[in-house]
Design a protein around this ligand. Structure first.
Ligand code: MV4
Length: 628
């Protein structure tokens, strides 16, 4: 940016605090907007914000960050775990370092990553999403090592990570919140008293929660004890903090979120909203910008509320404020995500602003390259998450080798991915293969173009969410822009039949048997070849820490084996060999797709064998324990 421009831009932005800032649109309470740019200045490589940046992530988001760095003239350092030396993100970077083996996932090893950044001469660290992105101690460790953390201040991460504190800050900033308790609720009795006064249904939520963990609904007083104990227990196990609070539960809301960017010079700009209502188990599947059918006034309310919250918490960099949009049109703050999100490209598509480049510039102390008046959303964008999952089996992850891979292209089509033919979806990580982002002049054009692009998207070797996306795009409720968070529950007809196991297709007569497991109280049928060979038909690449389970498969035949109904990582074993267990008692916890799944004992008995340990990767059908 030319010096004079930069000075002008600073001057425009420096008036923050003297009047309420608005995002796009015009607040009823604002002086004329003085700080928007007359002409947006686009960031270039002319003066790189950093010489070198370390990307503390893998997969498509690592590639996304590396692309932004390249355009800015910033050299990149990738990090990787065992067996990933040839991964796409590693080859895309200028330099790459292996994270030494440790007790957990390599990308969670903040100390090792900070050490690598120092050795590699990086001046900044971009955490992507997941892993270390919302980890306040990691942000502090970066600062202590003299590294710029590409994200918000640690204090903002902390404040928004505590959901009770976040609600309090939001309320004080005038942001609408769902009616709920002002603070933690210490006992079931206290919860009953509150719900008695305010009415059912109520949501019981973990203070340390978010994204669906430690979240229970009580429809009436009879359900309250279970909901309270369930939420508090999950909170204690996963956040080491049993604190819960209550809210009135809103039925069938839409999930609408506002994208924000803030710099060190006082600018906080809203970049419009996204609708992410099509989810399963709190994992988003389809996102779009703008949210269909929102009245202009609601849009303005959302943007102003998001900016007010960001201001109250001293926010910097990219962030997202999530809201529930009730059927009656009212909005209520849900939580703030203090990171760049998976679905950021739909906002990029309609605004034309590269959010990741702005993140890097802002982290270097530069001003945002745009002001509120430059945010003029145009057209409509959809994102479909192409996951290696079997939508017909409750979206069970299906890691494996991607035998064939061809991305769609053409006008309005963007694919963010780190996949290639012969690439692998590793069982230890999430199952996202690619994000398909499609722009159209209006929603109908975006939908038609997305259908065309999905038809051109070829992925072989693993089942994917592509057939599911096609069914959703053809559904009249989605077509009408009327999908709520209850869409999948109310319209199971969009779920395709279970993918035929690849092994079955090759050997139609291969005898199969079924193992029944339970997760979250639901029974899940896992089909295994009766021979005891390869329990998942799509054999994933060998992973050092994944244990073979041929013994386990044999045990399954006599009903002793408890198989994992999900692919994920064992986070805890709750029992010991020789211990007596009763049916329903939790024996182990498997993290899958960022959700903790408690696996209950399938029968009364004694733990005869533990087939896995904490930290092990498990696939669908892997035996975790035997109960004799
Ligand atoms: C709610 C709600 C209704 N009323 N809170 C789910 C996970 C956590 N992040 C918050 N969640 C919800 N909180 C009140 N007071 C409904 C949900 C909810 C949900 C929210 C966003 C997207 C998808 C959802 C699916 C089910 C429940």
């Amino acid at each position: 940016m030319p010096r004079r421009r930069l000075a002008e831009h600073r001057a425009r932005c420096d008036d923050r605090g003297t009047r309420p800032a608005v995002g796009w649109g015009h607040g009823p309470n604002t002086a004329p907007i003085r700080y928007h740019a007359a002409a947006m200045t686009t960031p270039t490589a002319a003066s790189p914000p950093f010489a070198r940046l370390l990307v503390a992530n893998r997969g498509e988001i690592a590639v996304r960050v590396i692309r932004a760095c390249r355009e800015l003239g910033v050299a990149t350092v990738a990090v990787y775990g065992e067996g990933e030396e040839n991964a796409v993100h590693v080859r895309a970077a200028d330099d790459a370092h292996r994270i030494p083996p440790g007790p957990g996932l390599p990308y969670l090893d903040g100390d090792a990553i900070v050490a690598i950044a120092g050795r590699a001469g990086a001046a900044a660290v971009h955490p992507g999403y997941g892993f270390l992105a919302e980890n306040a101690p990691f942000a502090e460790a970066c600062a202590a090592a003299g590294l710029a953390f590409v994200g918000p201040p640690a204090a903002a991460i902390r404040a928004m990570g505590d959901k009770v504190a976040a609600r309090r800050i939001a309320a004080a900033a005038g942001v609408p919140i769902v009616p709920g308790t002002e603070g933690p609720v210490a006992s079931v009795e206290e919860a009953r008293a509150w719900a008695g006064r305010h009415g059912y249904p109520v949501a019981v939520k973990a203070a340390g929660g978010g994204g669906g963990r430690g979240f229970r609904v009580a429809r009436d007083e009879g359900e309250l004890t279970d909901a309270f104990v369930g939420a508090a227990g999950e909170a204690a196990r996963f956040f080491a903090d049993p604190t819960v609070y209550l809210e009135r539960y809103l039925e069938r809301p839409r999930h609408v979120e506002v994208q924000l960017m803030a710099d060190d010079h006082g600018a906080i700009v809203a970049l419009g909203e996204r609708d992410c209502s099509v989810q399963r188990r709190h994992q988003k599947l389809i996102e779009e910008a703008p949210a269909p059918g929102l009245p202009a006034e609601t849009r303005r309310t959302l943007a102003e509320a998001a900016i007010a919250l960001a201001r109250a918490v001293g926010y910097r960099n990219a962030g997202t404020v999530e809201f529930l949009l009730a059927a009656d049109g009212r909005v209520a703050f849900l939580e703030m995500n203090t990171r760049i999100q998976v679905e950021h490209p739909v906002t990029e598509a309609v605004t034309g602003i590269d959010l990741v480049k702005e993140q890097i510039l802002v982290a270097a102390g530069r001003p945002l390259s745009f002001g509120p008046a430059d945010v003029a959303p145009r057209g409509h964008a959809l994102e479909c998450r192409i996951n290696a999952e079997d939508a017909g089996r409750d979206f069970a992850p299906a890691p494996g080798l991607v035998a064939g891979y061809r991305e769609p292209g053409g006008f309005g089509v963007r694919v963010d991915s780190a996949m290639e033919p012969g690439g692998a979806v590793l069982p230890a990580y999430d199952s996202l293969i690619a994000k398909l982002i499609v722009w159209g002049r209006d929603r109908d054009e975006a939908v038609a173009r997305t259908r065309r692009a999905l038809a051109d998207f070829a992925v072989g070797g693993v089942p994917t969410t592509i057939p599911f996306h096609r069914a959703v795009l053809d559904h009249p409720v989605f077509r009408a822009g009327a999908a709520t968070t209850a869409f999948l529950a109310e319209h199971p007809e969009v779920l395709p039949p279970p993918a035929p196991p690849a092994g079955e297709a090759a050997e139609p007569s291969a005898p199969m048997r079924e193992v029944i497991a339970e997760v979250d109280g639901r029974r899940v049928v896992v089909r295994l070849p009766a021979s005891g060979e390869s329990p998942t038909p799509r054999r994933p690449p060998r992973l050092g820490r994944a244990r073979a389970d041929r013994d386990g498969a044999a045990a399954a035949a006599d009903g002793r084996a408890l198989a994992s109904p999900v692919q994920g990582t064992v986070v805890r074993i709750a029992v010991a060999v020789g211990q007596a267990v009763t049916r329903g008692e939790t024996v182990c916890v498997v993290e899958a797709m960022k959700m903790e799944n408690e696996l209950p004992a399938h029968r009364d008995g004694t733990i005869a064998a533990l087939r896995v340990g904490a930290g092990d990767a498990v696939k669908v059908g892997d035996v975790v324990v035997e109960i004799g």
